[in-house]
Design a protein. Structure first.
Length: 213
């Protein structure tokens, strides 16, 4: 370029950029400015999400389809949704009509024969789905396998989803971290992107009895 339009800090030798990474998108034809490059450590430090000191951070693996198609980035807020298959709750005495009646609204009662001609009543929760935590803070995303690229080097017009699990780190209070781990251990997890300023709807726990209402 002519000297009178040469930008300050314009890079004239690419060796000046060794070990650095771009902090902004570079457009073909523009001048390369040294101030647009930093060390990887500096970029990582600037991209960290500020986490309240009383919060814990926990990482969970999720299929991209369960995590907004893999489009999440640090700083996003998500609704944490858990689904559980029926849980066994032990048994109840057949003659205890009051206890059985109190439980009928929340449990499934399965009658079976104990092999000696006596009826046993097994208690099981229904399969259920519910938003457990609102506005959970995402602090980090790692992809086990990078998205595919075009083999001929052409620009892709279709955005490919990640082909491996995502490792999603989130920050929450101790009680919510316990809920996250319990759900991951004994149920299944979905995340839904949520605006930080949106209201938090108070929904019912969804079971087969009310899913069609």
């Amino acid at each position: 370029v002519p000297l009178d339009v040469l930008a300050d800090n314009a890079v004239t030798d690419l060796t000046e950029l060794e070990g650095l990474v771009a902090t902004t998108d570079l457009i073909p034809g523009e001048q390369v400015i040294a101030s647009r490059f930093q060390t990887p450590a500096a970029v990582a430090a600037e991209s960290r999400v500020e986490v309240p000191p009383e919060f814990l951070q926990v990482t969970i693996p999720l299929d991209p389809a369960r995590a907004v198609g893999g489009r999440l980035v640090p700083g996003d807020r998500v609704a944490f949704i858990g689904s559980f298959a029926p849980f066994g709750l032990g048994g109840v005495e057949p003659g205890d009509d009051q206890a059985l009646e109190e439980a009928r609204d929340a449990i499934i009662v399965i009658e079976s024969d104990d092999g000696q001609g006596q009826t046993q009543l097994a208690l099981r929760t229904p399969a259920s789905t519910h938003i457990i935590i609102h506005k959970l803070l995402i602090t980090g995303i790692q992809v086990e396998q990078a998205p595919r690229e075009a083999e001929d080097g052409t620009t892709l017009t279709v955005e490919f989803a990640p082909t491996g699990n995502l490792l999603i780190t989130m920050a929450a209070g101790a009680e919510d971290v316990e809920k996250i781990i319990f759900t991951l251990e004994y149920g299944s997890v979905w995340l839904a992107l949520e605006d930080a300023d949106s209201p938090e709807p108070d929904t019912e726990i969804r079971t087969r009895e009310n899913i069609y209402l």
